[in-house]
Design a protein around this ligand. Structure first.
Ligand SMILES: NC(=O)C1=CN([C@@H]2O[C@H](COP(=O)(O)OP(=O)(O)OC[C@H]3O[C@@H](n4cnc5c(N)ncnc54)[C@H](O)[C@@H]3O)[C@@H](O)[C@H]2O)[C@@H](O)CC1
Ligand SMILES: Nc1ncnc2c1ncn2[C@@H]1O[C@H](COP(=O)(O)OP(=O)(O)O)[C@@H](O)[C@H]1O
Ligand SMILES: [K+]
Length: 482
């Protein structure tokens, strides 16, 4: 599991450790990791051109000490000081002693950036508030234009470390070297898009419980169910899928395709698209009446393509009161707004940003700009586990717990119907006994992995059915050791 910690907890942990260590130890550890990464990126350090963007805090100090280490190995290092009178004094002395230069003329610095092999962004780190200030923004733009690599120190300056919000201009890094632990803003869009490849340099801190966690391949085997010797299809779990309509039979087929690739022993389809479903998947049990008399299921998926007619309203009331876990997606989410039935078991909602915005009474852009805040708010308000889809998929619980962030996926997943496959898959995992939190995050992981397998390298358009077809291979990948 990859974990990210709140800035306040990082600061407390750093303070606790610093009390036990000689002064400057943590900054030296950070700078050594940073310099080693830069050296690896440069290949040959001797004769290379390195520009440091140095702000007024310890983030600039890290950059200066790393610059000193590179200068000692023969790099030509120049520091552009954004706040000359407040630049880290020890770092500045170290850089000068190693033969590096410092400039305060930012126009001159911009010209150096144009020709740099590596630009180190030490403008701000976890102390940053708001977007980049006016004097720093042109340097960030120059680094973006330069053919050299931009390496962010701790995090790209201008992104909010705790949320990933990007309120103004920000540095676009190719690589981010972060210290001690990940910061949430490095894992959540839009901030994550600015971070490039993230490398973690351990500095020995223990910041306690994380606020964000990302499943790793090695976590999947422990979460995915495996049938035992005494399993039968009912013990493995039956997932009921209420999806599709005469107008949208495809949504039913896609949700069922996802459900069949999950862990349930059987899929029971309920709705008016049974013919289309059985033609494609003869193994599915079908029922044309309401969910209440469809037979036993261990979890329901309701919503894709069901519309907003009276049958759909009745169905959602029935499944919410059924006493088994329910996943609500797509049209079902709109119906949820008017439903008075209290869910009688775990509830998992799977909105995209637009659907989440409608439930929260805000607009899509607001949700996309502050995904973490909105997914938490929706989980609290609806007392449900919420899987917010999109460029960064997040899963939040209604009770305080780290939010899960999905590390897999590809932009090619933004294709019609892929969300239906995801809801079927997650529902199938719910029926197999996973909690809403695990079902949602494991489904997002496998779905993203399947999409990557389907699109290949360098990538090409894929359909939702391609994603469903790639799920068994993704599952096998995920449980293969090593
Ligand atoms: N505290 C520690 O023990 C360690 C801290 N380290 C480094 O120290 C950093 C944190 O240092 P600081 O607490 O000094 O904070 P920062 O260096 O992140 O920034 C603080 C300074 O930046 C200014 N500032 C805030 N927002 C700004 C903006 N939008 N544009 C321009 N300037 C802005 C503030 O006025 C303040 O002077 C970490 O990110 C990390 O790089 C590392 O050396 C590891 C150890
Ligand atoms: N920019 C993106 N990058 C990665 N994945 C994305 C992106 N946009 C959407 N997705 C994923 O694609 C799927 C689309 O689901 P959804 O929005 O419900 O579409 P549909 O209703 O057509 O099925 C979700 O799994 C979502 O997380
Ligand atoms: K930085």
């Amino acid at each position: 599991m990859r974990r990210a910690h709140a800035v306040a907890d990082v600061r407390d942990a750093e303070a606790a450790l610093m009390r036990r260590l000689p002064e400057g130890t943590l900054m030296r550890r950070a700078a050594a990791g940073l310099a080693a990464t830069c050296a690896g990126l440069l290949g040959r350090v001797y004769g290379s051109r390195v520009v440091l963007l140095v702000g007024s805090g310890d983030n600039g100090g890290d950059a200066l000490y790393a610059g000193a280490l590179l200068a000692r190995r023969g790099a030509g290092v120049t520091a552009a000081l954004l706040a000359p009178e407040r630049a880290h004094p020890g770092g500045l002395d170290a850089l000068r002693a190693a033969g590096g230069l410092a400039v305060t003329d930012l126009a001159a610095a911009t010209r150096l950036i144009d020709r740099a092999d590596v630009v180190l962004d030490g403008i701000v780190g976890i102390g940053g508030k708001g977007g980049l200030r006016d004097d720093a923004a042109p340097l960030a733009a120059a680094a973006d234009r330069s053919a050299g690599l931009t390496v962010a120190v701790d995090l790209p300056s201008g992104i909010d470390p705790d949320t990933g919000e990007v309120p103004g201009a920000a540095v676009r890094a190719d690589v981010t070297v972060t210290f001690g632990t990940h910061k949430p803003g490095l894992l959540v869009d839009p901030g994550a898009r600015y971070a490039g490849a993230v490398r973690l340099v351990p500095i020995g801190i223990d910041p306690g419980p994380p606020v964000l966690e990302a499943l790793h391949h090695s976590d999947l085997a422990g979460l995915l169910p495996v049938p035992g010797e005494l399993s039968d299809k009912y013990r493995r779990g039956v997932v009921g899928v209420v999806a599709g309509s005469a107008r949208y039979p495809g949504a039913a087929v896609l949700a069922v395709a996802g459900a069949l690739a999950g862990a349930a022993g059987a899929v029971r389809y309920v709705g008016p698209a049974a013919d289309a479903v059985v033609r494609r998947f003869p193994e599915v049990l079908v029922h044309a009446g309401p969910p209440a008399d469809a037979g036993r299921v261990q979890a329901w998926v309701i919503g894709p393509g069901i519309g907003d007619g009276s049958g759909a309203r009745e169905a959602i009331a029935q499944v919410l009161g059924s006493g088994v876990p329910v996943l609500v997606d797509a049209d079902g989410l709109a119906l949820l707004r008017d439903t008075t039935v209290e869910p009688s078991a775990e509830l998992l909602l799977t909105p995209h940003a637009g659907e989440a915005a409608a439930l929260l009474g805000t607009d899509r852009a607001a949700v996309e700009a502050a995904r973490l805040a909105h997914v938490r708010e929706l989980a609290r308000a609806r007392r449900a586990t919420v899987l917010l889809k999109g460029s960064t998929t997040l899963v939040a619980d209604p009770v305080p717990a780290p939010v899960r962030v999905n590390p897999t996926g590809t932009g090619w997943l933004a294709t019609a119907g892929s969300g239906d496959v995801l809801s079927g898959l997650a529902g199938s995992l719910l029926a197999a006994g996973l909690t809403a939190r695990d079902a949602g995050s494991v489904a997002a992981y496998l779905h993203g992995l399947a999409a990557r397998r389907a699109t290949g390298v360098p990538g090409a358009p894929i359909t939702a059915m391609d994603v469903a077809a790639a799920l068994p291979g993704a599952w096998r990948d995920a449980v293969t050791p090593g």
